[in-house]
Design a protein around this ligand. Structure first.
Ligand code: SF4
Ligand code: SF4
Length: 257
């Protein structure tokens, strides 16, 4: 193993991540899962893989005009492409860390077999949303999505775990969600309910059943809660105008599904 300092390794990881196409990269110790417990211990990185000392989280945007066509094949292909790119980046980052003598492994995107498999058991093997939250990429909004300053919830992440000693990023202070209620009002499956105690209660099966309907219509995932969220610098350039014209949205919905 090389004797790179945590600071130099952090710089190297950030450089590598940008070369691989990441728009966002954050790192954190996996102690944060136990210091700020949200999921059961079985989901904590070290419960799964004993060498997981640090997490490297890579993020890429979902482009706002394409998200605005959902449900459509345009959004479905964007979603699929983001998964492929993230897995590719995580594979290459893992290769790079391994080549320097560190232990490293990544959790692939969408680590579940199919939407059907989520009915009654909505938890995938690993939450990249939580990893990104612990690494300071964003905060968790009322919609349970990660909300980032740069892209709001229009972002996808993947996580590499490693025993390498890496300088950590801080978690973000405060909350980026502005509690506007748009995600609650616009959700087609009425999956959210506001119980007045922070994040909305979520009926995961209602969301999954809606996805199964969309899959039957050959365009999924839904992503309306991702589309309607007003947070994110990515929306600045579309302020005061539609991100996609009504006719363009109808066109994308009609064709290819
Ligand atoms: S993905 Fe769609 S159905 Fe699921 S919570 Fe978001 S808006 Fe509702
Ligand atoms: S749509 Fe509004 S309430 Fe929902 S996550 Fe975004 S900011 Fe929060």
């Amino acid at each position: 193993m090389t004797s790179t300092s945590p600071e130099d390794l952090k710089r190297g990881i950030s450089k590598k991540a940008l070369e691989l196409g990441a728009a966002l990269v954050r790192t954190c110790p996996t102690d944060r899962w136990s210091e700020h417990p949200i999921q059961d211990e079985a989901y904590w990185p070290r419960s799964i893989w004993p060498w997981a000392e640090n997490a490297v989280v890579l993020g890429i945007p979902l482009f706002a005009p394409m998200v605005a066509t959902t449900p459509s094949m345009v959004y479905q292909e964007l979603y699929n492409t983001s998964n492929r790119i993230l897995d590719d980046m995580a594979y290459r980052m893992t290769t790079w860390l391994t080549s320097m003598g560190y232990r490293a492994a990544y959790f692939p995107r969408d680590c579940y077999f199919s939407v059907e498999a989520l009915l009654g058991n909505h938890c995938a093997a690993f939450s990249h949303v939580l990893a990104a939250y612990y690494a300071g990429m964003g905060t968790i909004g009322d919609s349970h999505n990660l909300i980032t300053p740069e892209f709001g919830p229009r972002v996808r992440m993947v996580t590499v775990l490693t025993d390498a000693d890496i300088e950590p990023d801080s978690m973000l202070d405060g909350q980026l969600c502005i509690h506007c209620g748009r995600c609650l009002r616009k959700c087609p499956s009425k999956a959210f309910s506001d119980e007045g105690e922070g994040m909305y209660r979520m009926d995961w099966d209602a969301c999954t059943k809606h996805h199964l309907e969309l899959k039957g219509q050959r365009h999924w995932p839904c992503g309306i809660c991702v589309d309607v969220c007003p947070v994110g610098d990515d929306l600045e350039r579309y302020k005061g105008s539609d991100r996609v014209s009504p006719s363009g949205k109808a066109h994308c919905a009609e064709h290819g599904s």
